[in-house]
Structures are given as C-alpha cells and as structure tokens.
Design a protein around this ligand. Structure first.
Ligand code: ADP
Ligand code: MG
Length: 249
C-alpha cells in the first residue's frame, strides 16, 4: 500500500446537503475527506443516503449546498469541466450494465476509444491487460450473455479501470451476485486496494470492510454518524451502529 500518512486529500466533501425535488433530504451536512490510496467503506441501512453520496461524487447528482472538491477542483465551479472530472471518477454499480452486443474486450475498449481518443490498437492492448488483471484472460472474446454474474462484474471493473480513474466508487458491487460469485469480485477489489487504488465502497460485506478498509463510515438517515478505523469501528459502542450491526452480522 502507499504511504497514507503523507498522501494528499483527493476528495474533500464539506457540509454536503442534498434535498430532492420531492422534499426528501437524502444527505444532511455530510463531511468526509478521502486521501489518495485510501479505501473507505460506507455502510448503513437502506435509504440512508449511501448511493446518493456516491452519485454526488461523480456528478450524477448535484448537491443542494456544501462543497465537494476532487483533486483540488470544486465541482460547483462553473469553469470545472464536469465530463473530464467524471472520467477521473469511475463508478461500478450493482447491475453491471455491459453492452450485450459487445464482447468483454469490446466493452472495455469502447470508452477509451470514444472518450479518450485512444487508437484501436492502444485500446485493445490496454483492455487485454485489464481483463488479464481481473482474471478473465480466457474470457476476452465472450459476450456478456455467456459470462457469469461475477465475470460480468469483473468486466465492468476492467471497463472502469480503462478510463484510468483517480478514484473508483463501488455501489454494492456484489449485491446482485449469487453467493458463490461474491468472493471472486471482492478478491479483485482487494487487489486493486493493495495496488494503491483510491476506492470508496458501499457494501454489506463486513469481512471485506474489516480486512480491506482503511476507514469505515456509518450513515443513517442521510447523516454521517461515525467514521473510524475498522478496529475501532467494530468495537464502537455507538448505539445506532450497534443496532445496525446487530441486524446485518
Ligand atoms: P441508500 O443507497 O443508502 O439505500 P439512497 O441514497 O438511495 O440510499 O436514498 C436516500 C434517500 O433519498 C431515500 O429516502 C430515497 O428514497 C431518497 N431518494 C433517492 N433518490 C431519489 C430521487 N431521485 N428522488 C427522490 N428521492 C430520492
Ligand atoms: Mg443504495
């Protein structure tokens, strides 16, 4: 892992509020700093604002007030090139959403060619390397329909990595998988973490959180309730966290 003691803040969210047009306040004064190379795992009950928070980080949602800076750039600044920034913040969803008419390679090559302007040769070489890295060297020419859920999600991770993001956001990446496929996806994520990738992960996989996270965050009803190292987190006597852990562990 990188030397996190001296690493610089990559994402700085301050007093972030999000009120949807229907009046629902999904985020209440959420402040969180994520440094380069850090792995932050967010847990919390359904509806606590975890997805909304991730979506504000890559501008899928605007915020109602507060500030979010990524790599020193204020998302709200009119001069900020949101598309450029979005490329630097990758996101992996619960549903992998691969293009069904493209092979694993084709899925990984598409955005680097269209968005980054890579040549076909460049994109192919990089996609091969990435699929190798996620353990799919023997599945490169397969269409999504011929891949298991775990394999599809690993293609989706490779596809995000192809854009060379500064940070990867994961929103419950294993929740849609059959239990026997969860491990292979978590293993890939663990390797990325060990290679120094900055990651923000929403998950219910407590074993992964305990082992891989540098910090754990507990959200409830739109609030960031607690932010701790795994050891302190799981030994915390915070009543709201205890109630939640009692339900999921
Ligand atoms: P989580 O990911 O923790 O389950 P979400 O961030 O999806 O929670 O949702 C937080 C709250 O915001 C919930 O009450 C949800 O109903 C509400 N919400 C999410 N998206 C929208 C939306 N587009 N419009 C209105 N309310 C929303
Ligand atoms: Mg969610």
């Amino acid at each position: 892992m990188t030397d996190k003691a001296v690493s610089k803040p990559l994402i700085v969210a301050q007093q972030v509020n999000k009120i949807f047009t229907n009046g629902c306040q999904a985020l209440k004064d959420v402040s969180l700093t994520i440094c380069e190379g850090e792995v932050v795992v967010i847990i919390g009950p359904s509806g606590s604002g975890k997805s909304t928070f991730l979506r504000t980080l890559n501008q899928l949602e605007t915020i109602s007030s507060g500030t979010i800076c990524i790599d020193g750039i204020d998302l709200a600044d009119k001069r900020t090139n949101i598309n450029k920034l979005r490329e630097e913040v990758g996101m992996v969803f619960q549903s992998f959403n691969l293009f069904p008419h493209k092979t694993a390679l084709g899925n990984v090559m598409l955005a680097p060619m269209k968005v980054l302007g890579q040549s076909k040769g460049q994109a192919l070489e990089s996609a091969r390397n990435l699929l190798y890295r996620v353990g799919l060297h023997d599945r490169m020419d397969h269409y999504p329909s011929r891949l298991s859920g775990g394999q599809q999600q690993r293609v989706a991770i490779a596809r995000s990595l192809a854009m060379k993001p500064k940070v990867l956001l994961f929103d419950e990446p294993t929740s849609a998988l059959d239990p026997e496929m969860v491990g292979e996806v978590l293993d890939v994520m663990k390797e990325l973490a060990q290679e120094g990738m900055t990651m923000v992960v929403v998950t219910h996989e407590m074993g992964f959180a305990r082992e891989v996270a540098d910090r754990l965050v507990f959200m409830e009803e739109g609030e960031l309730i607690l932010e701790e190292t795994p050891e302190r987190f799981f030994n915390s006597s915070h009543p709201r966290l205890q109630r939640f852990l009692g339900q999921v562990l």
